[in-house]
Ligand binder design. Structure first.
Ligand SMILES: Nc1ncnc2c1ncn2[C@@H]1O[C@H](COP(=O)(O)OP(=O)(O)OP(=O)(O)O)[C@@H](O)[C@H]1O
Ligand SMILES: [Mg+2]
Length: 223
């Protein structure tokens, strides 16, 4: 495969996660480094319907949505790779993107010896560590909006990994530019998800969602 020829992937070791539309593998690079390799599988009609709104309305991609499933999955992998690059460049804590070819995305592996780091949903921390984590994630949502000009669009306790006292925001294929017609709705939904998890599930006392929104979009400088 091209990514082997290009000396990006030396070998694939095991499956980290098998979703309906994509599979994430633990791989090794040519220098023995761990890699996460996300491979998009063929798309179902349902998946196609679900993702169209994240492609249309994003000026980086014209409104043309490929008919062929293969092309659509390659577009989706390219979108995720580009989003990862923009976020990483803006200083948002994400796995470092490494390469993309067709429907395959290669990035830094978060975890150790092929065992992925836990998701935010799966960790158990002290209340004060959770509080620190919440504000670190909020800063990243703001950095994403103001610097990378992106809104995640599917943020929740399932799309944040926690590793060595640091969080990593993942799963950014659906992220859209902040001038997308639905960007503010997506941002409100992201903030509501995160707010709900930290308040209802973890019992943290944090400002209401509308205040978080004003802070993230830069209308106020403090929270
Ligand atoms: N860089 C990475 N390092 C280690 N594990 C990762 C990495 N990226 C993703 N994973 C693991 O793979 C899972 C699925 O990845 P991701 O959330 O990007 O895909 P998805 O399309 O949402 O799939 P799913 O529907 O299974 O959540 C994550 O929940 C995480 O456990
Ligand atoms: Mg996910």
């Amino acid at each position: 495969m091209a990514l082997v020829r290009k000396k990006v992937i030396y070998e694939l070791k095991g499956v980290v996660s098998a979703g309906k539309e994509s599979r994430v593998y633990w791989g090794k690079g040519f220098d023995g480094e761990d890699l996460a390799v996300k491979i998009y599988l063929t798309s179902s009609a349902e998946f196609r319907k679900g993702i169209i709104k994240y492609i249309r309305g994003d000026i980086r991609f014209d409104s043309y949505v490929p008919k062929s499933s293969k092309k659509l999955m390659a577009l989706w992998a390219r979108k995720e790779y580009k989003n990862y690059c923009l976020l990483a460049r803006a200083g948002v804590s994400v796995p470092q993107p490494i390469a993309q070819h067709q429907n395959i995305l290669v990035m830094e592996f978060i975890g150790e010896s092929g065992v992925r780091a836990p998701l935010l949903k799966e960790v158990e921390l002290s209340l004060s560590d959770y509080e620190g984590l919440f504000y670190a994630i909020l800063e990243d949502i703001r950095r994403a909006y103001l610097k990378a000009k992106l809104v995640h669009g599917d943020l929740s306790e399932y799309n944040v990994m926690v590793w060595q006292c640091r969080h990593y925001i993942i799963d950014v294929s659906q992220a859209v530019r902040n001038d997308h017609p639905n960007a503010h709705d997506f941002l409100m939904r992201d903030l509501r998800n995160i707010h709900k998890y930290f308040t209802k599930e973890l019992g943290l006392n944090i400002p209401p969602v509308n205040k978080l929104f004003e802070y993230v979009v830069g209308n106020v400088d403090n929270i």
